[in-house]
Ligand binder design. Structure first.
Ligand SMILES: [Zn+2]
Length: 432
């Protein structure tokens, strides 16, 4: 409708123009370069219009011819880009399908079509990794590291490669750089934390844990436990006894159920001449979590004291949980040492029924031997073969069993992986 109206308006204007010209006749005479032209005004107007029209089209054709190379170039560039992205897609599919040859071929094609944009670099690095060409992958990751948009991704690739090659110092450096770029990324926190712990950089690991807790990368309970372990390690590493005692006390306050924290704190207190305070701290720890290592620590504090005095101190130690099996065993040990046979026997009595543990059997044999009942002692010792295994520190990740606690598993280096429980076979039997 609009087009029809426009057409009718055009025709109307033309007719009006023609009528206007016809109403105003006139003659034009021109003399140019020996040419004499005589014509009427309407004819001249029509000729001028035609000349203008012709000039307009000539200019358009000229512009098109001048712009031809650009158009052609643009078409070529678009074609190259399309082919490049096709190669990228095929390459990424080949990586996903685990086909290193095809991935490498497509990576080279993508590179030749696209130059070295981030995506083709990433594809080239992944293809090299898939083909086992670690050096090639490193080369591509390093190129990616120089570009701000791929730096973080490159650091992840370089970190993974360093870990694979066992280059822990390099890996730690990459993890620190990645953390500086994106401190909120889960994998960065996990990798940096593991590497710092392995490097025994306790203070830095503590700082990282505190920041991760603030960013909610780690839950409150887990963060508290982690802080306790890291503070404990820092306490054991501290060369200054007072500073060490302060750190160990903090670790104990954070995790009173962690015997190692109480033991470290007691040791540091003893070093600074505060034996009574150390004993009180061990008693508190026993109440929170009765553990044989606390008994050992108490015996360390009582070194050189008479056996009877030691026995009294052990009774005080366990008083917060007197009926706990560990309390009974600790009292029996101390009583045995003090030659208090009756007390040792009565303390163990509830633990001797129903498949007693190997350590209970060994203690009963020692009590009988102490009292001169050698045949009874032998009867107890014969039962050792079928004894229930004694509890030990067992790694929840790899199952490694050990007598002494450490913050990292000695076998798999898993942090806070050791739990106190009954292993499938006792350590004593494994040692035979
Ligand atoms: Zn382990």
């Amino acid at each position: 409708m609009l087009r029809l109206l426009r057409y009718l308006a055009g025709v109307g204007l033309l007719v009006a123009g023609a009528v206007w010209l016809a109403d105003r006749p006139g003659a034009v005479s021109m003399n140019w370069l020996g040419w004499q032209i005589e014509t009427s005004m309407p004819v001249l107007m029509v000729l001028l219009l035609l000349a203008g029209f012709l000039l307009f089209w000539l200019a358009r054709i000229f512009g098109f011819l001048v712009g031809m190379p650009n158009v052609f170039g643009r078409m070529l560039a678009e074609r190259k880009q399309r082919k490049g992205y096709e190669a990228l897609t095929k390459g990424l599919v080949a990586v996903a399908a685990g086909d290193p040859k095809e991935a490498l071929r497509q990576a080279r094609q993508a590179d030749s079509y696209l130059g070295t944009p981030p995506l083709s670099l990433l594809l080239a690095a992944q293809a090299a990794q898939l083909a086992g060409d670690e050096e090639g992958a490193t080369h591509h990751f390093e190129a990616m590291q120089k570009r701000p948009e791929t730096e973080f991704l490159a650091l992840r690739g370089l970190l993974t490669q360093s870990l694979k090659k066992g280059e822990r110092a390099k890996a730690l450096d990459y993890a620190r750089k990645a953390y500086a770029l994106k401190p909120d990324a889960d994998w960065v926190f996990a990798a940096l934390s593991d590497l710092l712990i392995e490097d025994k950089a306790w203070e830095e690991a503590l700082d990282l844990t505190a920041k991760a807790a603030k960013r909610h990368l780690i839950g409150d309970v887990a963060a508290k436990r982690r802080k306790a372990l890291l503070t404990l390690e820092a306490a054991m590493q501290a060369s200054d006894a007072k500073h060490g005692a302060k750190l160990a006390q903090t670790a104990f306050d954070l995790a009173p159920d962690l015997p190692a924290a109480a033991i470290a704190a007691a040791r540091r207190l003893k070093e600074t001449g505060q034996e009574a305070k150390a004993a009180r701290l061990l008693e508190k720890a026993w109440k929170a979590n009765p553990h044989p290592s606390l008994h050992q620590a108490m015996m360390g504090l009582l070194e050189g004291e008479e056996a009877l005095k030691q026995e009294l101190a052990v009774e005080r130690l366990v008083s917060g949980a007197a009926d706990h099996p560990e309390s009974r065993i600790a009292v029996a040990r101390a009583a045995l040492k003090a030659r208090l046979w009756g007390k040792a026997r009565s303390s163990l009595a509830p633990l001797t029924a129903n498949a007693p543990e190997a350590r209970v059997i060994a203690l009963m044999a020692a009590i009988d031997e102490g009292e001169g009942k050698l045949s009874d002692s032998v009867v107890w010792l014969r039962r050792l073969g079928e004894a229930t295994p004694d509890p030990a520190w067992v790694c929840s990740s790899c199952g490694h069993t050990c007598e002494d606690w450490s913050s990292s598993c000695p076998a798999c280096h898993g942090f806070d992986a050791l739990t106190w429980k009954r292993p499938e076979r006792s350590l004593q039997l494994l040692d035979v």
